[in-house]
Design a protein around this ligand. Structure first.
Ligand code: CP3
Length: 364
C-alpha cells in the first residue's frame, strides 16, 4: 500500500540496528527560519493554525526542509496544542506571543468538564499524515508526535507559556486529585491521537515532554513519567509488519535518564546538558539515544558548526560494538531550532553529521 522506504537509517538507529551513517533530523525543522515557510504561511492567511489545518499547506511545509537538506526523517507539521484545542480550550497563536487558550482549565468545574476529544475534530492532522506519507514517496520515514500529558497540562492550566509554572504547580501541590484527573484524560487522548496517526501512516512517534524538567524529583515521576508510561503502554508498536519506534524527549530530563529509559520508549531524546557517552554507557543497551547539539551552535561560523557536530558524534562514539550488536544514535538538536538560525548553517550541520559518522564506521 505504501511505497518502499529508500532511506531507513532513522528507523534502524531507533531500533539499534546497523546503519551506514548516523541519521539526522532537527526538532522544528519546518519553521520560521526558512523563508519558504514564511511565504507559505503568508499565502495561507498568515496564521499558524491556517497552515496546520490545511492539508496541502501542511504537506508542503513538512517537505520544505527535505528539499534543502539531506535529512533522514520528516516530522508531521502540526503542533502539540491541537489536542487541548480539540477539547474545546480555544487555541490561538498571537503574532510574536506564542500560544494562548481562551478557556484555560483552572478550577474543579473546568477539570470535571474535561474529556477525551472526538478524534473527528483532529481529522485535519490525520489527513495531513496520510498526505505527507504519500508525498514522501518512501524517501525517508515520517514521524508523528504529541505532547506528553504533563506538558499539555502546563499549557491547559497556565493558558499560555509560562516562566514559573505557578498555576499548574499550585494545582499539582494543592489539588493533586484535579491534576491527576487532567493527566488521566490527557493520557487517554494522547494514546488515541498517536494510534490514529500510526493508522494514518506515521512510521515512528515522538512524545514531547518539553516541561518535564521543571518538576521536582518525585513530582516528575508521579506527574509526568507515570502518564507518559501509560501512553507508551497503550500504543500500537507494530504496523504493516514493521516496529513503530516511540521516542520520549524530556527537556531537562537528564537526572532521570534511567527511569525514562525504563518507561517503554525505544528512543530517549536528550538535551545538550547530558553527556552522550555517559548516557550510552548507562542505558545504550536498552534504548537508542537522540540528540543533543545545543541549537545556539548554529549561530556560530560554519567551521564551528562542523566541529561541534563532530564533538557530539564522538561523544556518543562509533555505534558498532565489539561485545554486542549496535547501539542507536539519532543526531538531533537538544531542543527546537531557533527562528533566527541562518538556513545555510543547517546544510553545514547535516553534511558534517553524514561525513563524520561514515568515517566513524570505518574504524574498528
Ligand atoms: O518539528 C517540526 O518541524 C514539526 C512541527 C512542530 C511545531 N511545534 C510547529 C510549530 C512541533 C513538533 C511542535 C511541538 C511543540 N509545540 C512543542 C514541543 C517541542 C518543544 O519545542 O518543546 C511545544 C512546547 C509547542 C507549543 C508551541 N507551538 C509554542 C510554545 C509555540 C510558539 C513558540 C514559537 O516558536 O513561536 C508554537 C508555535 C509553533 N509550532 C510554530 C511552529 C513552526 C511557530 C508558529 C509560527 O509559524 O508562527
Amino acid at each position: 500500500m505504501w511505497p518502499t522506504l529508500k532511506n531507513d537509517n532513522f528507523l534502524r538507529a531507533c531500533l539499534r540496528q546497523p546503519t551506514d551513517h548516523t541519521p539526522v533530523w532537527l526538532m522544528r525543522q519546518a519553521g520560521r527560519y526558512l523563508p519558504e515557510y514564511n511565504a507559505t504561511r503568508t499565502q495561507a492567511g498568515g496564521t499558524f493554525m491556517g497552515l496546520a489545518t490545511n492539508v496541502d499547506c501542511a504537506t508542503e511545509v513538512t517537505l520544505q526542509p527535505l528539499q534543502r537538506y539531506a535529512l533522514d526523517a520528516a516530522i508531521l507539521f502540526s503542533d502539540i496544542l491541537t489536542v487541548p484545542d480539540a477539547m474545546g480550550l480555544g487555541l490561538s497563536f498571537e503574532q510574536g506571543e506564542g500560544p494562548r487558550f481562551a478557556h484555560p482549565v483552572r478550577d474543579e468545574a473546568a477539570v470535571a468538564r474535561l474529556a477525551v476529544p472526538d478524534m473527528a475534530k483532529l481529522r485535519y492532522v490525520f489527513d495531513a499524515v496520510t498526505s505527507i506519507r504519500k508525498a514522501l514517496a518512501g524517501r525517508v520515514p515520517l514521524i508523528g508526535f504529541s505532547g506528553s500529558p504533563w506538558t499539555l497540562a502546563c499549557y491547559m492550566v497556565e493558558g499560555a507559556g509560562s516562566s514559573d509554572y505557578r498555576r499548574v504547580k499550585t494545582m499539582l501541590y494543592a489539588r493533586p486529585d484535579l491534576m491527576q484527573r487532567i493527566l488521566e484524560v490527557n493520557a487517554q487522548a494522547v494514546t488515541t491521537y498517536l494510534n490514529t496517526q500510526i493508522d494514518a501512516g506515521a512510521q515512528a512517534v515522538m512524545i514531547f515532554d518539553s516541561w518535564g524538567g521543571v518538576l521536582a524529583d518525585g513530582a516528575f515521576q508521579r506527574f509526568s513519567l507515570e502518564y507518559t508510561r501509560r501512553v507508551l503502554q497503550g500504543l500500537q508498536r507494530e504496523k504493516d509488519g514493521a516496529r513503530v519506534p516511540a521516542i520520549v524527549f524530556t527537556k531537562g530530563g537528564g537526572p532521570w535518564l534511567d527511569e525514562i529509559a525504563a518507561s517503554g520508549a525505544d528512543v530517549v531524546g536528550l538535551d545538550w546538558t547530558v553527556n552522550l557517552g555517559a548516557a550510552r554507557a548507562r542505558v545504550g543497551a536498552r534504548v537508542a539515544l537522540q540528540g543533543n547539539l545545543d541549537p545556539s551552535v548554529l549561530f556560530a561560523p560554519p567551521d564551528v558548526v562542523a566541529r561541534e557536530a563532530v564533538a557530539v558524534l564522538d561523544s556518543f562514539g562509533a555505534p558498532q560494538r565489539a561485545d554486542r550488536g549496535w547501539d542507536g544514535h539519532v543526531f538531533n538538536l537538544g531542543h527546537g531550532i531557533s527562528q533566527f538560525t541562518p538556513p545555510e548553517q543547517v546544510a553545514v550541520l547535516v553534511d558534517a553529521v553524514h561525513a563524520h559518522s561514515r568515517r566513524q564506521r570505518l574504524v574498528r
